[in-house]
Every structure is written in structure tokens, then in C-alpha cells.
Design a protein around this ligand. Sequence first.
Ligand SMILES: Cc1cc2nc3c(=O)[nH]c(=O)nc-3n(C[C@H](O)[C@H](O)[C@H](O)COP(=O)(O)OP(=O)(O)OC[C@H]3O[C@@H](n4cnc5c(N)ncnc54)[C@H](O)[C@@H]3O)c2cc1C
Ligand code: FES
Length: 396
Amino acid sequence: MSALISPPAPGGSGPGPVVGRLLRSRLAAALATPHGVDRYLERFNPMWAAHEVRARVVSVHRETSGDAATGSAPVATLTLQPTSTWRGHRAGQHVLVGVELPGTAKRHTRAFSISSAASAPGERFTLTIRAHDEGQVSSYLVREARPGQLLHLSQAQGAFTLIESPATPTISRLLFITGGSGITPAMSMVRTLLRDGYDGHAGRKVTFLHFARGPEDQIFADELAAIAEADNGVDVHLRYGDQRFSEFELRRLVPDYRDTDTWLCGPAGLVELVKDAYAGPESSGGALSPRLRMEFFKPAVARAAQPADGEELTGEVTFARSGASAPASGTSLLQQAEELGLKPDFGCRMGICFSCTRTKTAGAVRNVLTGEESSLPDEEIRICVTAAAGDCHIDL
Ligand SMILES: Cc1cc2nc3c(=O)[nH]c(=O)nc-3n(C[C@H](O)[C@H](O)[C@H](O)COP(=O)(O)OP(=O)(O)OC[C@H]3O[C@@H](n4cnc5c(N)ncnc54)[C@H](O)[C@@H]3O)c2cc1C
Ligand code: FES
């Protein structure tokens, strides 16, 4: 393989484009079987890859230091240099980050929104992470990540994006409502708009309404203050402590908010209040305004998988490898496994990262997000969003 490798592309992030194409070819795949091209490249230089995406931590910037007395947790921004395989991201998207924690032999995967402006292929970007109490991956990345360290990444993903751009101008207003670390995808969108020449004087306005515990807990405080002061058409409204979300205030800031393109990301309490404000009258079924887009960092309480009206959920869940079993409870199979003391891999706990995928060898299951049932044998399922719908056997 070494004969195929060229010097890294500018920026030192990977082989040049021609060699890159060669390395992604079928011939290279056949030559590298059974380990794959990336296993060989990694040995020469961990920043060389043909398919996988990895990133080197360039710097770690402490945003807030947290305060045990008030229960606030520290937040850090990691600047990452991805391998040349990185295809870039649209503002608002997230990435799956794989980390090998010290003392554990396995890789842990978590999702993080990208906080920097939209990136081009191979370009640097940032993640801004709050260290959750007892949170394995977030605490490690905030407290222990160091420049030079390598992380495993997915390509950027997610549909919570800025669909309008300066290339497709609109006269409409944009509204961002965020809470806590939920500010990260909105920050990426606002940074993209400002970087790409967003013109707030062409009848377009951005309203950014953000809720935090207090000023000392405010992520991106200096930058938000600078944006608020500049004459750029972006209105920033920061609310702290007891200043909770109210529909009354939203109506004052953006009178036609239900008809305004809105991006919402924050803790469950904030999301529920905002959803109530965007719900239509009961006479029309209370449907949410289609202008409201939402991103969740934590699973909304998963709907238990219950059978049709009047029927009782029966059946036994068997985790075949461990020999553990329990009556089907309607909660996710991940939760049922954990309640039995098992420790299956998981990442997002909401069906987006596939870390928890297992084989259901037999039986009936229901997707707790869609309600869809399936009883196919030897089926790959994500156990975080799947519950038993009767007897079922899981290869776990
Ligand atoms: C699409 C998406 C984007 C995200 N973007 C960001 C981001 O930009 N910045 C960021 O800091 N986080 C973000 N998250 C959350 C992140 O993926 C992790 O859930 C979080 O960092 C906790 O992981 P952990 O391994 O530290 O905690 P775990 O070890 O998984 O959990 C430990 C404890 O922390 C609690 N916990 C886990 N997740 C959360 C959570 N999200 N909120 C509150 N408590 C939690 C659990 O209840 C548990 O008690 C995002 C999540 C998703 C799905
Ligand atoms: S834990 Fe991410 S899909 Fe299940």
C-alpha cells in the first residue's frame, strides 16, 4: 500500500485528490482485504483516510467553568481538523463522535451539533460540549481532551438546518429559540448567515431568544454581545434564571411568530412551552405550525409501545446471550436490558446513531417512535427505540 500514498493535501489532513480517488477504488479495497484501506493508512498517519472520517483536536477553549454550588456544568469548545474525507456540513447539522475512554476497551459514540459556521470539505469546525454530571463522554471531552488527540467521526447529518441562504433570499424573518447547550446548532446558523453576508437591512430580521441559568453560564457570551451591538439585523435577547419563556413575550418580540421560520433546541421544559405556543386552536386539532423545526439533545420521553385499545401487553423478552429475561413492559428494549443489569452499547438513545443495533432473532417488536410493528426473523433493530410487542428474542 505504501506506494500509493502521496504527501498530505494542504493543511496536512490527507492524501491528495488523485491518490484519494485511487485509495477509494475497488482495486485498493481488494488489495487491502480483509482489513480495509483505512486500517493501513492509519498506520502511516492517523490523519490519512480513504473512507472513514477522523479528526485531530486542534484546541480546547473553556467557555464556562461551571459551579458545583449552583449545579451548572463546565462547557468547552473543541476545534477539530478533520481528515480530507470530511464532506463539510450545513449549519445546524450534528456529527457522531466516537471516543475510546481510558480504561475501557470499547468506543463510545455520542452526537454533538457543530457550533461553527457551515464548513467545506476538509475544513476545520467546532463542537461545543457541556460536561454532564456522571456523563461519561461529555465529561471526558470537556475535562480531558487535549490538542493532538484523535477522535472518530461520522459525516455531518441531520435535517435541522438553515434551508434559506443568501443565495435564496427571502423577505421573511428567522427566529431561533434555544436553551442551555441547545444554542450550538443555532449559533452555527447565525454564524453562517453573518459570515456569508446576511443583509439585515433588506427587510429581513433574525431574532435570537436564548435561555440560560445565569450570565456566568452563558456560552459564547462575548460573541453574542458583539452580535447584539452590531448593526446587522440580528436581535439577541438573553434571558436568565427566573425569566422563563412566555408566549406573551414571544408575541411582543415577533408578533407573527407562528408564521415565522423558527428553529427550537433546548431542554424538555422549554420545548414543551414553545410547542404549546405554536400549537393551533383545538378546533383545528392543535397542529403545530409547520414553520417550527425542532432538534432534541435528549430523547423526548419515549412513548411506551402499547397494543391496540383494550388489549393487554403480554409476552417475555429474552436476551439470549446473557440468558436474562423479563416480561415485556412496553418500554424500550435498551431500558429493559439495563433494568436487568446488562450494559449494551448505546449512543444517542433516540434512534439516530445506530450504536445500539442488535439482532432480534425471533418475535414481535414495535418501534416506539412510529408505532410500526414487525415480526420478521433475524432483523436488525435499534433497541433504544424498539419495544417488545409480545414474546421476542434479542441477541444480547
Ligand atoms: C442531535 C444531538 C445533538 C447534540 N448536540 C450537543 C451539543 O452540541 N452539545 C452538548 O453538550 N451535547 C449535545 N448533545 C448531547 C450529547 O449527545 C450527549 O447526550 C451528552 O453529552 C451526554 O452524554 P454523556 O456520555 O456525557 O452522558 P451519558 O453517560 O450518556 O449519561 C450520563 C447521565 O447524563 C444524563 N444525560 C445524558 N444525556 C443528557 C442530555 N443531553 N441532557 C441532560 N442530561 C443528559 C443521563 O440522564 C445520565 O444520567 C446532542 C445530542 C443529540 C442527539
Ligand atoms: S443509541 Fe443511537 S440509535 Fe440507539
